[in-house]
Design a protein around this ligand. Structure first.
Ligand code: ADP
Ligand code: MG
Length: 687
C-alpha cells in the first residue's frame, strides 16, 4: 500500500504497539502528523573547531585521532567505561564513554574521526563525555543541522527523525501550499514544500530561519483568518434585539453611582443588545473595577425585553456570590433569578430546569453545570461568561448553543497585552473598564520573610481590632502535598489549626479549600462575607472574583509559588472598600530573580503592567494555554516573541478578507479546506 497522509503510523517500519502509544502521546497517529512534529532544536554539526579554540561548555564538532589506544574498564554498578585521548594539531581532549564498550573497537588507530559533544574543562584538561562520533573521511552527520525532535518515553531521536524524513519524502509536494501567491510575494515568504523540507532537515541556519518564519506566519495567519470567519458566520445569523430597559432606569436599582467607565461600557452593551447582529463583547477590567454591574445591566435588560439570560462562573463560590448580588439588584425590579450548580439536590435541579424550560426563570447563574445535557431554555437570548480565562472557547460556544444565536458577554480580569488579546479574543469586540470605583485606595504591598512572622501576626490582629477581616492564602491543601519538596510550604489545614489554637485563640478562624463539599465552602464563605469570621485561611479557590469589601488584609504564604498575574488576582480580593488595604507576600526565597519578580507587585497595582511583566518573565503559556482550548495549536509561533510576525499575519488576513470575505474564490479553496481542518471543533460555525 502506498504511503499517504492518513497512513497509520503502525504501517511504518519499527512501529509496534509500544511505539504507537509513545507516538500518540506526541499527537502523531498518522504519517502526515510527522510533518507538523517540528524539531525542538537543532544540533550544529556544521562548524568544525580546532580543539584549542573550541568553546567550552557547549556542544561542538571537532576532528581528532587517537593519541594512544582506548582502554576499557569496569566501574561500580556493573557499568563499563571506555577512556581515550584524541588530538588534532592544536590540542587534546580526554574522552569518556559510559556503557558503550564497542567504541573501543570502533576507534581505529591512526584514523581521523569527527566527535560531537559538550566540551568541558576539568583540572585544566579538556574533556568530553559520550560524544557522538563518525569517521572523518565518510561523515554523515557532519555538515548538517541535526533536528532534535520532541520525544516521549520509548522513543529515540534517530528513529523519530527517520520517520519524519519518510513523511517529508512521501508527502512534501507543491500541493501542500495553502497561502495565496500574493501573500507569499507580499511578505517575502518561501513556499510550503520548501519550508517543510527545511524545517525537518535544514541546509543552513539561514534557511531554517526562513522556514520557521514562514511556518509561524502561516499559523498566525490561519488563526486570525479562522477567528474572523467564525465571527462573520455568527454575525450573519440574526439574534434577538433586546430593546427594553434604559440604562438610566438600571442605575436606580444600584446602591452606588456607576463610574464613568461603567456607564460607557453599559452604553456600548446597550447599543450591541438593541441590534440584530448578536453582541459578542469582552469586558476587560482590572480586579475590582465593577464588571459584575455591567453583566447585571445586560441580564436586566434581557429580562425586561422578555427573554432569558444566563451567567456562567468558573467556581461554585463565585456563582453563589453572583447569585446573591444579582438577586439583591434585580429581584426588586421583578426579575426572577435562580442558581444552578452541581451541588444542588436532584429535586432542586429538576425544579430549576423546569423553570428554565418554561421561561419562568429569567436569569440563571451557575457553574459549568449550566452546560449539562437536559438544561434547556425557553428563550436564551444572552450568555454571560465570567472570568473567561478559566473557560475555553468551546465552553463559551457550548453555552451559546443553548439559545438561538444569543448575545454573548465575556468578563475577564486577566488583563492581557493587546497583541495577545487580538489573538485570544480575536473574535470579540473589546471594552475596557479602566476606572476603579471612587474612594478606593491602592493596596499597599510588602514582601517579607519568615523572620517577620510575629510582626505579621501583630499586624493581622490590629486589622481585626479595627473591625476588618483578613485572608490568608496558602498553596497546598494536604499535609502530604505540603511535605513534598519544600518543608516550609504551608498546609492549609495544619496551618489554620495552628492559628486557631495557638496564635489567634481569641479570634474566629475559618478554612476553605477546594476539597471541601460545596455546602461547606458556601457556609464558610457566607460566614466570612457576613463578618462572622475574622481570618479566612484558604487555597486559591478564592482567587477569582470573590468580593468581601470589609476584608483589608491579604496574606499570601509561599508567595514565590504563584505567578504574578495570579498574585495580582489574589491581591484584588482586598482594597474593595474606602479604607486602606494591605497585601503581604511571605517568602523565604532568596533567588534574586524571584525577589525581583515579587517586587514588581510591591511597585505597581496596574494589572496591565503586571501582565506584561508576567509575559516577559514566563512567556505566554499561562495566558494562552487554557484559553486556547478549542482553537488550533501553535506549533512554531511563539506569541511572546513573534509579535511583529503576528501583526503582519493579521494585516495579511485582513487584506485577504477584504478581497474575498468568505474565501469563496477557487484559488482560496485549499486555504479554506485547511481552516476547516484546523477549526474542526468549531466547524459547525463555518458556513
Ligand atoms: P470585578 O470587576 O473584580 O468583578 P466586582 O464587580 O466584583 O468587580 O465589584 C467589586 C466591588 O465594587 C463590589 O463590591 C461592587 O459592589 C463594588 N462596585 C462596583 N461598582 C461600583 C461603583 N460604581 N461604585 C462603588 N462600588 C462599586
Ligand atoms: Mg468579578
Amino acid at each position: 500500500m502506498p504511503l499517504a497522509y492518513d497512513t497509520p503510523v503502525t504501517e511504518l517500519p519499527g512501529v509496534g504497539p509500544v511505539k504507537e502509544k509513545a507516538l500518540a502521546k506526541l499527537g502523531v497517529t498518522r504519517l502526515g502528523d510527522f510533518l507538523t512534529l517540528y524539531p525542538r532544536r537543532y544540533e550544529d554539526h556544521t562548524t568544525l573547531y580546532p580543539i584549542s579554540s573550541a568553546p567550552i561548555g557547549v556542544n561542538v564538532c571537532v576532528r581528532g585521532y587517537l593519541t594512544k589506544p582506548a582502554t576499557l574498564s569496569r566501574i561500580p554498578g556493573g557499568r563499563q567505561m571506555v577512556r581515550c585521548t584524541i588530538a588534532d594539531d592544536t590540542a587534546a581532549i580526554d574522552l569518556t564513554f559510559f556503557n558503550r564498550p564497542y567504541v573501543r573497537n570502533q576507534l581505529e588507530w591512526g584514523r581521523s574521526y569527527i566527535f560531537f559533544g559538550k566540551l568541558d574543562l576539568s583540572r585544566g584538561r579538556r574533556t568530553m563525555v559520550n560524544p557522538q562520533l563518525e569517521p572523518a573521511d565518510a561523515p554523515k552527520l557532519f555538515g548538517s543541522l541535526m533536528p532534535c525532535y520532541p520525544l516521549s518515553a520509548g522513543l529515540n531521536n534517530a528513529q523519530v527523525a527517520a520517520w519524519a524524513q519518510t513523511a517529508v519524502n512521501t508527502l512534501a509536494a507543491p500541493e501542500m501550499e495553502t497561502l495565496p501567491p500574493q501573500v507569499l510575494t507580499a511578505h517575502g515568504l518561501r513556499d510550503a514544500e520548501w519550508c517543510c523540507r527545511q524545517i525537518h532537515r535544514p541546509d543552513s541556519f539561514d534557511h531554517l530561519q526562513a522556514a520557521r518564519d514562514r511556518l509561524a506566519f502561516e499559523e498566525l495567519f490561519h488563526l486570525t483568518l479562522g477567528l474572523s470567519l467564525l465571527r462573520r458566520s455568527r454575525e450573519q445569523t440574526p439574534g434577538t434585539p433586546l430593546t427594553a430597559g434604559d440604562p438610566a432606569d438600571f442605575s436606580a436599582l444600584l446602591p452606588f453611582a456607576l463610574t464613568g467607565a461603567q456607564n460607557r461600557v453599559i452604553g456600548q452593551c446597550a447599543a450591541d443588545l438593541s441590534g440584530t447582529v448578536p453582541m459578542n463583547r469582552l469586558v476587560q477590567g482590572d480586579v475590582g473595577s465593577g464588571k459584575t454591574a455591567v453583566a447585571a445591566f445586560c441580564l436586566w435588560r434581557c429580562a425586561k425585553s422578555g427573554a432569558q439570560g444566563a451567567m456562567m462562573a468558573p467556581t461554585e463560590l463565585l456563582a453563589q456570590q453572583h447569585y446573591r448580588t444579582l438577586r439583591a439588584m434585580l429581584e426588586p425590579a421583578g426579575v426572577t433569578v435562580a442558581l444552578l450548580t452541581g451541588s444542588l439536590t436532584p429535586a432542586e435541579k429538576k425544579a430549576i430546569r423546569a423553570g428554565l424550560a418554561e421561561g419562568e426563570i429569567q436569569v440563571v447563574v451557575g457553574t459549568h453545570a449550566l452546560l449539562s445535557h437536559g438544561v434547556d431554555f425557553h428563550d436564551l437570548a444572552l450568555a454571560v461568561v465570567d472570568e473567561q480565562h478559566r473557560f475555553g472557547v468551546d465552553q463559551r460556544s457550548a453555552l451559546a448553543a443553548k439559545g438561538r444565536c444569543p448575545h454573548i458577554l465575556v468578563l475577564s480580569a486577566t488583563p492581557i497585552p493587546r497583541t495577545l488579546a487580538l489573538i485570544v479574543y480575536g473574535d470579540l469586540d473589546v471594552s475596557v473598564l479602566d476606572e476603579l470605583p471612587p474612594g478606593r485606595k491602592p493596596v499597599e504591598t510588602f514582601l517579607v520573610s519568615e523572620s517577620k512572622r510575629q510582626r505579621l501576626y501583630a499586624f493581622m490582629d490590629k486589622q481585626i481590632v479595627e473591625g476588618h477581616q483578613v485572608y490568608i492564602v496558602c498553596p497546598a491543601v494536604e499535609e502530604s502535598d505540603a511535605q513534598e519538596g519544600d518543608p516550609t510550604l504551608k498546609s492549609v489545614k495544619a496551618y489554620a489549626d495552628h492559628l486557631a489554637k495557638t496564635v489567634f485563640p481569641h479570634r474566629a478562624v475559618a478554612l476553605v479549600h477546594g476539597k471541601l463539599r460545596p455546602k461547606e465552602k458556601e457556609a464558610a464563605m457566607a460566614s466570612f462575607a457576613a463578618g462572622k469570621t475574622d481570618i479566612l485561611v484558604s487555597t486559591t479557590v478564592i482567587e477569582v472574583g470573590v468580593d468581601v469589601p470589609n476584608a483589608s488584609l491579604m496574606v499570601i504564604e509561599n508567595a514565590d509559588r504563584f505567578g504574578l498575574s495570579q498574585l495580582h488576582q489574589l491581591r484584588g480580593r482586598v482594597g474593595r472598600g474606602a479604607w486602606q488595604s494591605y497585601c503581604v507576600l511571605v517568602s523565604n526565597n532568596k533567588n534574586p530573580d524571584t525577589r525581583a519578580r515579587l517586587k514588581t507587585l510591591c511597585a505597581t497595582t496596574d494589572g496591565f503592567q503586571i501582565a506584561q511583566a508576567d509575559l516577559e518573565q514566563r512567556g505566554p503559556g499561562d495566558f494562552f494555554g487554557a484559553r486556547q482550548h478549542g482553537l488550533p495549536q501553535l506549533h512554531v509561533a511563539d506569541l511572546g516573541v513573534d509579535v511583529r510576525l503576528l501583526s503582519r499575519a493579521q494585516t495579511a488576513a485582513q487584506e485577504l478578507l477584504a478581497q474575498d470575505p468568505g474565501l469563496e474564490q477557487p484559488e482560496h479553496a485549499p486555504l479554506k479546506h485547511r481552516l476547516r481542518q484546523l477549526f474542526a471543533q468549531n466547524a459547525h460555525m463555518f458556513n
